[in-house]
Design a protein around this ligand. Structure first.
Ligand code: ADP
Ligand code: MG
Length: 251
């Protein structure tokens, strides 16, 4: 069964003169429980796509349908409430408000944040803040989880640790995941599938199924070999990933 069906004919933002077309003719579906990575150059329209799927942006032409009620979204920056502790940040997200006590604490413990339940965001490292944000997204057992460029600003071991935490949550609870990144090796190490987007306006450049055995690591020789092979067979993808920038169109 499909968890998600996306058919975006056009999404544009107004500009002083004319408009900027961020997405044009982007169609795909995602099976329930699939871990799909979305890869595209910076500025190609990935965050715009997630906002549309999340229902935060309704100003577009097209149709997006989601199956399942619970949606989790983890933004590019952790977006924690600075005046609330880790525990309170997660509690706040529980929907409907905390009937089952201990759920926020349980989720934070799964993220190995037990010692930091009462710490404020400013007292947490970047990686710890990310874990609070992940706990907040997972606390309602989402059917669909949207993750935007999660681990790219972290040092390599911390990033890998968080990828493993995410994979273990996914393996146990099997939400459908849409994981946005501009790092090809990260995508190849995580996904069941990689959707490559063109430099803006975003449309589908390549839809690649992945059935590499797990566990995987971004530095595995098989991942690197696959990356090299992909870039040889689709040099346009490499160009897209290094170039960036969305197309401006004057109306
Ligand atoms: P990505 O997440 O792939 O880096 P975005 O979806 O953030 O790309 O942006 C795609 C394009 O749309 C960029 O050119 C960006 O400048 C533009 N854009 C994004 N959000 C807005 C906005 N709220 N208003 C105007 N332009 C925007
Ligand atoms: Mg973005």
């Amino acid at each position: 069964m499909n968890a998600l069906e996306v058919a975006i004919a056009r999404k544009s933002y107004p500009r002083e003169r004319g408009e900027l077309v961020a997405i044009e003719g982007l169609d795909f579906t995602v099976r329930q429980g699939q871990f799909a990575c979305i890869v595209g150059p910076s500025g190609c329209g990935k965050t715009t796509l997630l906002s549309i799927i999340a229902g935060l942006d309704r100003d577009y032409q097209g149709v997006v349908s989601r199956n399942g009620r619970n949606l989790g979204m983890v933004f590019q920056t952790p977006r924690l409430m600075p005046w609330l502790s880790a525990r309170e940040n997660v509690r706040l997200a529980i929907d409907p408000p905390p009937r089952a006590p201990g759920r926020a604490e349980e989720m934070l413990a799964e993220m190995q944040l037990e010692p930091f339940l009462d710490a404020f965001p400013r007292q947490l490292s970047g990686g710890q803040q990310r874990r609070v944000a992940l706990a907040r997204a997972f606390v309602n057992a989402p059917d669909l989880l949207l993750l935007d460029e999660q681990f790219l600003s972290l040092d390599a071991p911390t990033a890998q640790h968080l990828r493993e935490l995410l994979l273990s949550l996914w393996a146990r609870r099997r939400p459908t995941i849409l994981f946005v990144t501009h790092d090809l090796r990260e995508a190849l190490s995580l996904g069941d599938r990689v959707l490559f987007l063109t430099a803006g306006p975003a449309r589908l450049a390549l839809d690649l199924p992945l059935d590499l055995p797990r566990p995987r690591h971004p530095d595995d020789a098989t991942i690197e070999a696959m990356r090299v092979r992909l870039l040889e067979s689709h040099p346009d993808l490499l160009r897209g990933l290094t170039a960036g920038g969305a197309a401006e169109s004057a109306a």
